[in-house]
Design a binder for this molecule. Structure first.
Ligand SMILES: Nc1nc2c(ncn2[C@@H]2O[C@H](COP(=O)(O)OP(=O)(O)OP(=O)(O)O)[C@@H](O)[C@H]2O)c(=O)[nH]1
Ligand SMILES: [Mg+2]
Length: 447
Protein backbone atom coordinates (compact mmCIF):
# COMPACT_ATOMS: atom_id res chain seq x y z
CA UNK A 1 0.00 0.00 0.00
CA UNK A 2 1.28 3.43 -1.00
CA UNK A 3 4.73 2.03 -1.86
CA UNK A 4 4.86 3.94 -5.12
CA UNK A 5 4.31 7.34 -3.51
CA UNK A 6 6.54 6.38 -0.63
CA UNK A 7 9.44 5.61 -2.96
CA UNK A 8 9.12 8.90 -4.84
CA UNK A 9 8.83 10.95 -1.67
CA UNK A 10 11.86 9.26 -0.28
CA UNK A 11 13.78 10.39 -3.36
CA UNK A 12 12.59 13.95 -2.72
CA UNK A 13 13.75 13.86 0.91
CA UNK A 14 17.10 12.53 -0.17
CA UNK A 15 17.91 15.88 -1.74
CA UNK A 16 17.96 17.36 1.75
CA UNK A 17 19.42 14.42 3.59
CA UNK A 18 22.55 14.40 1.50
CA UNK A 19 23.24 18.09 1.96
CA UNK A 20 24.92 19.18 5.13
CA UNK A 21 24.46 22.77 4.00
CA UNK A 22 20.82 23.38 3.26
CA UNK A 23 20.06 26.17 0.86
CA UNK A 24 16.86 27.78 -0.36
CA UNK A 25 17.61 26.11 -3.70
CA UNK A 26 17.59 22.56 -2.42
CA UNK A 27 14.51 23.25 -0.29
CA UNK A 28 12.73 24.45 -3.45
CA UNK A 29 13.98 21.41 -5.34
CA UNK A 30 12.67 19.07 -2.64
CA UNK A 31 9.25 20.73 -2.66
CA UNK A 32 9.12 20.44 -6.43
CA UNK A 33 9.95 16.73 -6.22
CA UNK A 34 7.24 16.27 -3.60
CA UNK A 35 4.72 17.91 -5.94
CA UNK A 36 5.75 15.63 -8.81
CA UNK A 37 5.56 12.57 -6.56
CA UNK A 38 2.00 13.48 -5.54
CA UNK A 39 0.88 14.08 -9.13
CA UNK A 40 2.48 10.78 -10.13
CA UNK A 41 0.45 9.08 -7.42
CA UNK A 42 -2.81 10.30 -8.98
CA UNK A 43 -3.23 13.41 -6.88
CA UNK A 44 -4.81 16.19 -8.95
CA UNK A 45 -2.12 18.71 -9.99
CA UNK A 46 -3.97 21.66 -8.45
CA UNK A 47 -4.25 19.88 -5.10
CA UNK A 48 -0.61 18.83 -5.24
CA UNK A 49 0.34 22.46 -5.86
CA UNK A 50 -1.74 23.76 -2.98
CA UNK A 51 -0.40 21.04 -0.71
CA UNK A 52 3.20 21.94 -1.41
CA UNK A 53 2.47 25.65 -1.01
CA UNK A 54 1.02 25.04 2.43
CA UNK A 55 4.05 22.99 3.49
CA UNK A 56 6.33 25.71 2.15
CA UNK A 57 4.53 28.51 3.98
CA UNK A 58 4.64 26.63 7.25
CA UNK A 59 8.28 25.72 6.71
CA UNK A 60 9.24 29.35 6.21
CA UNK A 61 7.27 30.31 9.30
CA UNK A 62 8.88 27.67 11.48
CA UNK A 63 12.43 27.24 10.31
CA UNK A 64 13.82 30.17 12.30
CA UNK A 65 12.52 28.79 15.54
CA UNK A 66 13.17 25.18 14.88
CA UNK A 67 16.13 23.24 16.07
CA UNK A 68 15.23 20.44 13.68
CA UNK A 69 16.97 19.35 10.54
CA UNK A 70 15.10 20.80 7.50
CA UNK A 71 14.19 17.38 6.11
CA UNK A 72 12.73 16.39 9.48
CA UNK A 73 10.76 19.58 9.64
CA UNK A 74 9.42 19.09 6.11
CA UNK A 75 8.44 15.49 6.86
CA UNK A 76 6.60 16.61 9.96
CA UNK A 77 4.80 19.42 8.11
CA UNK A 78 3.87 17.03 5.32
CA UNK A 79 2.58 14.56 7.85
CA UNK A 80 0.35 17.23 9.42
CA UNK A 81 -0.99 18.32 6.02
CA UNK A 82 -1.65 14.74 4.92
CA UNK A 83 -3.54 13.95 8.09
CA UNK A 84 -5.58 17.12 7.68
CA UNK A 85 -6.37 16.35 4.05
CA UNK A 86 -7.43 12.79 4.87
CA UNK A 87 -9.94 13.97 7.44
CA UNK A 88 -7.90 14.10 10.69
CA UNK A 89 -9.49 11.22 12.59
CA UNK A 90 -11.18 7.90 12.07
CA UNK A 91 -14.96 8.04 11.84
CA UNK A 92 -16.67 5.05 13.30
CA UNK A 93 -19.59 3.41 11.59
CA UNK A 94 -22.99 4.62 12.90
CA UNK A 95 -25.05 1.93 14.56
CA UNK A 96 -28.79 2.10 15.10
CA UNK A 97 -29.61 3.69 18.44
CA UNK A 98 -33.18 2.38 18.48
CA UNK A 99 -34.04 -0.75 20.38
CA UNK A 100 -35.19 -3.63 18.17
CA UNK A 101 -34.19 -1.80 15.01
CA UNK A 102 -31.24 -3.37 13.25
CA UNK A 103 -28.45 -1.20 11.91
CA UNK A 104 -28.80 -0.89 8.16
CA UNK A 105 -25.74 -0.47 5.99
CA UNK A 106 -26.22 0.20 2.29
CA UNK A 107 -23.36 -0.24 -0.18
CA UNK A 108 -23.26 1.47 -3.55
CA UNK A 109 -20.77 2.12 -6.32
CA UNK A 110 -19.70 1.45 -9.87
CA UNK A 111 -19.49 -2.00 -11.41
CA UNK A 112 -16.62 -4.10 -10.14
CA UNK A 113 -15.50 -1.60 -7.50
CA UNK A 114 -15.67 -4.28 -4.81
CA UNK A 115 -19.14 -3.89 -3.24
CA UNK A 116 -19.90 -7.59 -2.86
CA UNK A 117 -16.46 -8.44 -1.48
CA UNK A 118 -16.59 -5.46 0.85
CA UNK A 119 -20.08 -6.40 2.13
CA UNK A 120 -18.73 -9.80 3.15
CA UNK A 121 -15.56 -8.32 4.67
CA UNK A 122 -17.60 -5.82 6.65
CA UNK A 123 -19.89 -8.56 7.96
CA UNK A 124 -16.81 -10.54 9.00
CA UNK A 125 -15.31 -7.48 10.69
CA UNK A 126 -18.51 -6.57 12.56
CA UNK A 127 -18.98 -10.13 13.75
CA UNK A 128 -15.42 -10.51 15.03
CA UNK A 129 -14.55 -7.02 16.20
CA UNK A 130 -17.91 -5.60 17.27
CA UNK A 131 -19.63 -8.84 18.25
CA UNK A 132 -22.61 -8.17 16.00
CA UNK A 133 -24.87 -10.66 14.23
CA UNK A 134 -24.96 -9.41 10.65
CA UNK A 135 -27.16 -10.46 7.75
CA UNK A 136 -25.95 -10.12 4.17
CA UNK A 137 -28.71 -9.10 1.76
CA UNK A 138 -28.40 -10.04 -1.91
CA UNK A 139 -30.07 -7.05 -3.56
CA UNK A 140 -28.17 -7.18 -6.86
CA UNK A 141 -30.80 -8.55 -9.22
CA UNK A 142 -29.10 -7.31 -12.37
CA UNK A 143 -26.12 -9.62 -12.64
CA UNK A 144 -27.00 -13.30 -12.91
CA UNK A 145 -24.17 -14.62 -10.76
CA UNK A 146 -24.29 -11.85 -8.14
CA UNK A 147 -26.40 -13.78 -5.62
CA UNK A 148 -24.24 -16.90 -5.94
CA UNK A 149 -21.11 -14.83 -5.44
CA UNK A 150 -22.43 -13.35 -2.21
CA UNK A 151 -23.65 -16.73 -1.04
CA UNK A 152 -20.23 -18.34 -1.53
CA UNK A 153 -18.53 -15.53 0.36
CA UNK A 154 -21.11 -15.64 3.18
CA UNK A 155 -20.71 -19.38 3.58
CA UNK A 156 -16.94 -19.05 3.93
CA UNK A 157 -17.28 -16.67 6.85
CA UNK A 158 -20.38 -18.30 8.30
CA UNK A 159 -22.72 -15.32 7.97
CA UNK A 160 -26.43 -15.73 7.07
CA UNK A 161 -27.62 -14.41 3.75
CA UNK A 162 -31.06 -13.19 2.67
CA UNK A 163 -32.02 -13.90 -0.95
CA UNK A 164 -35.25 -14.28 -2.88
CA UNK A 165 -36.57 -14.06 -6.42
CA UNK A 166 -37.97 -10.58 -6.33
CA UNK A 167 -37.19 -6.99 -7.22
CA UNK A 168 -34.42 -5.34 -5.21
CA UNK A 169 -36.69 -2.96 -3.28
CA UNK A 170 -38.92 -5.79 -2.02
CA UNK A 171 -35.90 -7.94 -1.21
CA UNK A 172 -34.60 -5.19 1.05
CA UNK A 173 -38.03 -4.66 2.63
CA UNK A 174 -38.40 -8.38 3.38
CA UNK A 175 -34.85 -8.71 4.66
CA UNK A 176 -35.65 -6.15 7.34
CA UNK A 177 -38.50 -8.27 8.68
CA UNK A 178 -36.35 -11.38 8.42
CA UNK A 179 -33.58 -9.83 10.49
CA UNK A 180 -35.95 -8.85 13.28
CA UNK A 181 -37.44 -12.35 13.44
CA UNK A 182 -34.00 -13.92 13.51
CA UNK A 183 -32.34 -11.59 16.00
CA UNK A 184 -29.86 -10.25 13.50
CA UNK A 185 -28.75 -6.76 14.46
CA UNK A 186 -26.96 -5.52 11.32
CA UNK A 187 -28.19 -5.67 7.72
CA UNK A 188 -25.61 -5.19 4.98
CA UNK A 189 -27.18 -4.60 1.58
CA UNK A 190 -25.15 -5.56 -1.48
CA UNK A 191 -26.50 -3.63 -4.47
CA UNK A 192 -26.03 -3.81 -8.24
CA UNK A 193 -23.06 -2.06 -9.77
CA UNK A 194 -23.42 0.59 -12.42
CA UNK A 195 -21.21 1.21 -15.43
CA UNK A 196 -21.59 4.93 -15.00
CA UNK A 197 -23.95 7.07 -13.02
CA UNK A 198 -27.01 6.23 -15.20
CA UNK A 199 -30.62 7.13 -14.52
CA UNK A 200 -32.24 3.67 -14.19
CA UNK A 201 -29.72 2.40 -11.69
CA UNK A 202 -29.70 5.66 -9.77
CA UNK A 203 -33.50 5.50 -9.47
CA UNK A 204 -33.19 2.02 -8.05
CA UNK A 205 -30.57 2.87 -5.45
CA UNK A 206 -32.58 5.93 -4.41
CA UNK A 207 -35.65 3.73 -3.89
CA UNK A 208 -33.63 1.24 -1.82
CA UNK A 209 -32.19 4.13 0.15
CA UNK A 210 -35.66 5.53 0.77
CA UNK A 211 -37.22 2.24 1.83
CA UNK A 212 -34.37 1.09 4.06
CA UNK A 213 -33.50 4.47 5.62
CA UNK A 214 -29.92 3.30 6.27
CA UNK A 215 -27.88 4.23 9.32
CA UNK A 216 -24.87 4.17 7.06
CA UNK A 217 -24.65 4.51 3.28
CA UNK A 218 -21.19 3.68 2.03
CA UNK A 219 -19.88 4.58 -1.40
CA UNK A 220 -17.28 2.08 -2.56
CA UNK A 221 -14.44 3.31 -4.78
CA UNK A 222 -11.81 1.32 -6.64
CA UNK A 223 -8.52 3.09 -5.95
CA UNK A 224 -7.05 1.77 -9.20
CA UNK A 225 -9.29 4.06 -11.24
CA UNK A 226 -7.33 7.19 -10.26
CA UNK A 227 -8.85 10.58 -11.03
CA UNK A 228 -11.99 8.95 -12.54
CA UNK A 229 -12.86 7.70 -9.09
CA UNK A 230 -13.07 11.28 -7.81
CA UNK A 231 -15.29 12.36 -10.71
CA UNK A 232 -17.76 9.49 -10.35
CA UNK A 233 -17.89 9.96 -6.59
CA UNK A 234 -18.75 13.63 -7.11
CA UNK A 235 -21.45 12.76 -9.67
CA UNK A 236 -22.90 10.08 -7.43
CA UNK A 237 -22.95 12.35 -4.42
CA UNK A 238 -25.19 14.79 -6.28
CA UNK A 239 -27.82 12.05 -6.50
CA UNK A 240 -27.35 10.16 -3.26
CA UNK A 241 -26.19 11.68 -0.01
CA UNK A 242 -23.90 8.94 1.30
CA UNK A 243 -22.23 9.02 4.72
CA UNK A 244 -18.82 7.62 4.06
CA UNK A 245 -16.40 6.25 1.51
CA UNK A 246 -14.67 2.88 1.24
CA UNK A 247 -11.50 2.65 -0.83
CA UNK A 248 -10.77 -0.79 -2.26
CA UNK A 249 -7.86 -2.51 -4.02
CA UNK A 250 -5.17 -0.57 -2.26
CA UNK A 251 -3.04 -3.70 -2.40
CA UNK A 252 -2.62 -3.72 -6.17
CA UNK A 253 -0.74 -1.27 -8.34
CA UNK A 254 -2.88 1.49 -6.92
CA UNK A 255 -0.95 4.70 -6.48
CA UNK A 256 -2.96 5.85 -3.50
CA UNK A 257 -3.80 9.39 -4.63
CA UNK A 258 -7.53 8.67 -4.37
CA UNK A 259 -7.23 7.72 -0.73
CA UNK A 260 -5.31 10.88 0.05
CA UNK A 261 -7.57 13.40 -1.63
CA UNK A 262 -11.10 12.05 -1.94
CA UNK A 263 -12.22 12.90 1.56
CA UNK A 264 -11.31 16.59 1.35
CA UNK A 265 -12.76 16.88 -2.17
CA UNK A 266 -16.10 15.28 -1.40
CA UNK A 267 -16.38 16.40 2.20
CA UNK A 268 -17.14 12.89 3.45
CA UNK A 269 -14.87 10.65 5.53
CA UNK A 270 -13.20 7.47 4.36
CA UNK A 271 -14.40 4.83 6.79
CA UNK A 272 -12.68 1.67 5.59
CA UNK A 273 -9.99 0.59 3.21
CA UNK A 274 -9.67 -2.81 1.63
CA UNK A 275 -6.37 -4.25 0.59
CA UNK A 276 -6.91 -7.75 -0.68
CA UNK A 277 -9.44 -10.42 -1.50
CA UNK A 278 -9.48 -12.36 1.76
CA UNK A 279 -12.28 -11.78 4.32
CA UNK A 280 -9.99 -10.00 6.75
CA UNK A 281 -8.34 -7.70 4.20
CA UNK A 282 -10.23 -4.74 5.61
CA UNK A 283 -9.00 -1.93 7.82
CA UNK A 284 -10.60 1.01 9.57
CA UNK A 285 -9.24 4.16 8.00
CA UNK A 286 -6.93 6.10 10.33
CA UNK A 287 -5.49 9.21 8.62
CA UNK A 288 -2.54 9.32 11.03
CA UNK A 289 -1.51 5.74 10.39
CA UNK A 290 -1.83 6.18 6.64
CA UNK A 291 0.24 9.37 6.70
CA UNK A 292 2.90 7.46 8.62
CA UNK A 293 2.84 4.70 6.04
CA UNK A 294 3.02 7.13 3.14
CA UNK A 295 5.97 8.98 4.56
CA UNK A 296 7.50 5.65 5.47
CA UNK A 297 9.00 7.39 8.44
CA UNK A 298 6.65 6.87 11.31
CA UNK A 299 9.57 6.82 13.69
CA UNK A 300 10.80 10.20 12.60
CA UNK A 301 7.42 11.85 12.93
CA UNK A 302 6.92 10.60 16.45
CA UNK A 303 10.54 11.29 17.25
CA UNK A 304 10.23 14.88 16.06
CA UNK A 305 7.11 15.32 18.16
CA UNK A 306 8.85 13.94 21.21
CA UNK A 307 12.00 15.95 20.60
CA UNK A 308 9.94 19.11 20.23
CA UNK A 309 8.23 18.28 23.48
CA UNK A 310 11.40 17.56 25.42
CA UNK A 311 13.91 19.89 23.85
CA UNK A 312 12.12 23.09 23.16
CA UNK A 313 14.06 26.12 22.05
CA UNK A 314 14.01 27.89 25.36
CA UNK A 315 15.16 24.94 27.44
CA UNK A 316 17.93 24.18 24.96
CA UNK A 317 19.13 27.75 25.06
CA UNK A 318 19.34 27.59 28.84
CA UNK A 319 21.44 24.47 28.82
CA UNK A 320 23.86 25.90 26.28
CA UNK A 321 24.19 29.07 28.26
CA UNK A 322 25.17 26.96 31.22
CA UNK A 323 27.74 25.06 29.17
CA UNK A 324 29.32 28.19 27.81
CA UNK A 325 29.60 29.74 31.24
CA UNK A 326 31.09 26.57 32.70
CA UNK A 327 28.10 25.83 34.83
CA UNK A 328 26.96 22.48 33.39
CA UNK A 329 26.61 20.20 36.40
CA UNK A 330 25.39 16.76 37.45
CA UNK A 331 21.88 18.02 37.84
CA UNK A 332 21.81 19.19 34.22
CA UNK A 333 23.17 15.84 33.11
CA UNK A 334 20.51 14.02 35.08
CA UNK A 335 17.92 16.23 33.46
CA UNK A 336 19.20 15.42 29.96
CA UNK A 337 19.33 11.70 30.67
CA UNK A 338 15.76 11.77 31.89
CA UNK A 339 14.64 13.59 28.75
CA UNK A 340 16.36 11.06 26.53
CA UNK A 341 14.75 8.25 28.46
CA UNK A 342 11.36 9.83 27.79
CA UNK A 343 12.07 9.92 24.08
CA UNK A 344 12.86 6.24 24.11
CA UNK A 345 15.19 3.81 22.53
CA UNK A 346 15.53 5.30 19.10
CA UNK A 347 18.61 4.72 17.03
CA UNK A 348 21.22 7.42 17.34
CA UNK A 349 19.09 9.40 19.72
CA UNK A 350 22.13 10.06 21.86
CA UNK A 351 23.85 12.00 19.17
CA UNK A 352 21.27 14.70 19.70
CA UNK A 353 23.25 15.82 22.66
CA UNK A 354 26.89 16.67 22.33
CA UNK A 355 29.20 14.25 24.01
CA UNK A 356 26.47 11.99 25.30
CA UNK A 357 27.63 8.96 23.38
CA UNK A 358 30.73 8.89 25.56
CA UNK A 359 28.57 7.66 28.38
CA UNK A 360 27.82 4.60 26.38
CA UNK A 361 31.29 3.68 25.23
CA UNK A 362 32.37 0.29 26.48
CA UNK A 363 29.02 -0.37 27.99
CA UNK A 364 27.07 -3.48 27.14
CA UNK A 365 23.57 -2.16 27.62
CA UNK A 366 22.53 1.42 26.96
CA UNK A 367 19.63 1.31 29.35
CA UNK A 368 21.81 -0.04 32.20
CA UNK A 369 24.42 2.57 31.75
CA UNK A 370 21.80 5.27 32.04
CA UNK A 371 20.44 3.57 35.10
CA UNK A 372 23.89 3.41 36.71
CA UNK A 373 24.59 7.04 36.05
CA UNK A 374 21.18 8.09 37.22
CA UNK A 375 21.57 6.16 40.46
CA UNK A 376 24.99 7.74 41.08
CA UNK A 377 23.67 11.25 40.51
CA UNK A 378 20.61 10.56 42.63
CA UNK A 379 22.89 9.48 45.51
CA UNK A 380 24.54 12.89 45.52
CA UNK A 381 23.19 15.77 47.55
CA UNK A 382 21.71 18.66 45.56
CA UNK A 383 24.73 20.71 46.61
CA UNK A 384 27.10 18.09 45.20
CA UNK A 385 25.13 17.85 41.96
CA UNK A 386 25.49 21.57 41.46
CA UNK A 387 29.19 21.58 42.39
CA UNK A 388 30.88 18.68 40.60
CA UNK A 389 34.31 19.68 41.95
CA UNK A 390 33.31 18.51 45.46
CA UNK A 391 33.53 14.95 44.25
CA UNK A 392 37.27 14.86 44.74
CA UNK A 393 36.73 14.26 48.42
CA UNK A 394 37.07 10.56 49.14
CA UNK A 395 34.44 10.51 51.94
CA UNK A 396 31.81 11.89 49.56
CA UNK A 397 32.80 9.37 46.88
CA UNK A 398 32.46 6.49 49.33
CA UNK A 399 29.00 7.63 50.40
CA UNK A 400 27.76 8.16 46.82
CA UNK A 401 29.16 4.84 45.60
CA UNK A 402 27.55 2.99 48.46
CA UNK A 403 24.22 4.80 48.08
CA UNK A 404 24.01 3.85 44.43
CA UNK A 405 25.13 0.26 44.85
CA UNK A 406 28.31 0.87 42.81
CA UNK A 407 31.99 1.02 43.79
CA UNK A 408 34.53 3.85 43.75
CA UNK A 409 35.97 2.67 40.41
CA UNK A 410 32.55 3.00 38.77
CA UNK A 411 32.13 6.45 40.23
CA UNK A 412 35.61 7.57 39.12
CA UNK A 413 34.92 6.32 35.62
CA UNK A 414 31.70 8.27 35.57
CA UNK A 415 33.40 11.47 36.83
CA UNK A 416 35.97 11.13 34.05
CA UNK A 417 33.21 10.65 31.51
CA UNK A 418 31.43 13.71 32.82
CA UNK A 419 34.57 15.81 32.44
CA UNK A 420 35.05 14.56 28.91
CA UNK A 421 31.46 15.42 27.99
CA UNK A 422 31.86 18.86 29.44
CA UNK A 423 34.99 19.44 27.39
CA UNK A 424 33.41 18.28 24.14
CA UNK A 425 30.39 20.43 24.66
CA UNK A 426 32.48 23.46 25.43
CA UNK A 427 34.57 23.00 22.30
CA UNK A 428 31.50 22.69 20.17
CA UNK A 429 30.02 25.69 21.76
CA UNK A 430 33.05 27.83 21.15
CA UNK A 431 32.76 27.39 17.42
CA UNK A 432 29.05 27.40 16.72
CA UNK A 433 25.76 28.78 17.82
CA UNK A 434 23.61 26.50 19.93
CA UNK A 435 21.10 26.33 17.10
CA UNK A 436 23.71 24.98 14.76
CA UNK A 437 24.94 22.42 17.26
CA UNK A 438 21.51 20.95 17.77
CA UNK A 439 20.80 20.99 14.07
CA UNK A 440 24.00 19.11 13.40
CA UNK A 441 23.27 16.53 16.00
CA UNK A 442 19.71 16.07 14.91
CA UNK A 443 20.83 15.68 11.33
CA UNK A 444 22.94 12.73 12.39
CA UNK A 445 19.76 10.87 13.04
CA UNK A 446 18.86 11.14 9.40
CA UNK A 447 22.05 9.57 8.15
N1 LIG B 1 -6.86 -7.24 -4.95
C1 LIG B 1 -8.06 -6.86 -4.53
N2 LIG B 1 -9.14 -7.30 -5.18
C2 LIG B 1 -10.34 -6.91 -4.75
C3 LIG B 1 -10.50 -6.06 -3.64
N3 LIG B 1 -11.83 -5.84 -3.46
C4 LIG B 1 -12.45 -6.54 -4.43
N4 LIG B 1 -11.56 -7.18 -5.22
C5 LIG B 1 -11.82 -8.01 -6.40
O1 LIG B 1 -12.42 -7.21 -7.38
C6 LIG B 1 -13.35 -7.96 -8.12
C7 LIG B 1 -14.71 -7.27 -8.10
O2 LIG B 1 -15.19 -7.29 -6.79
P1 LIG B 1 -16.71 -7.39 -6.41
O3 LIG B 1 -16.80 -7.41 -4.93
O4 LIG B 1 -17.36 -8.49 -7.18
O5 LIG B 1 -17.20 -5.99 -6.98
P2 LIG B 1 -18.67 -5.46 -7.11
O6 LIG B 1 -18.62 -4.00 -6.92
O7 LIG B 1 -19.57 -6.23 -6.24
O8 LIG B 1 -18.98 -5.78 -8.63
P3 LIG B 1 -20.42 -5.74 -9.35
O9 LIG B 1 -21.34 -6.43 -8.43
O10 LIG B 1 -20.21 -6.45 -10.63
O11 LIG B 1 -20.74 -4.32 -9.53
C8 LIG B 1 -13.38 -9.33 -7.52
O12 LIG B 1 -12.57 -10.18 -8.26
C9 LIG B 1 -12.79 -9.13 -6.12
O13 LIG B 1 -12.17 -10.27 -5.63
C10 LIG B 1 -9.32 -5.60 -2.98
O14 LIG B 1 -9.34 -4.83 -2.00
N5 LIG B 1 -8.14 -6.03 -3.46
MG1 LIG C 1 -21.32 -7.18 -6.64
Amino acid sequence: MFEYLQKNLDKAFHILKGNSKITEINIAETLKEIRIALIDADVHHQIAKEFVNKVKEKYIGKKVLSSLHPSQLIIKLMYDELVMMMGKTNREISFSQKKNKPTIILTCGLQGCGKTSFSAKLAFYLKNKKYKNPLLVAADTHRAAAVDQLEILAKKINIPIFKERNNSVDIVKNSMLYSIHNNLDVIIIDTAGRLAVDQIMMDEIQKIHHISNPDETLFIVDSMTGQDAINTTKAFYKVLNFDGIVITKLDGDSKGGVAITISSLIGKPIKFISNGEKPNDIELFYPERIANRILGMGDIVSLVEKVQEQFNEEKTKKIYNKISSNRFDFEDLLNQIQKIKKIGNIKNILSMLPGMEILLNNQKSKQNSFKEIESMILSMTIYERRNPKLLFEISRKKRIAMGSGRNIIDLDRFIQQFEKINKIMKNLNANSSHQQIIKNFLSKMME
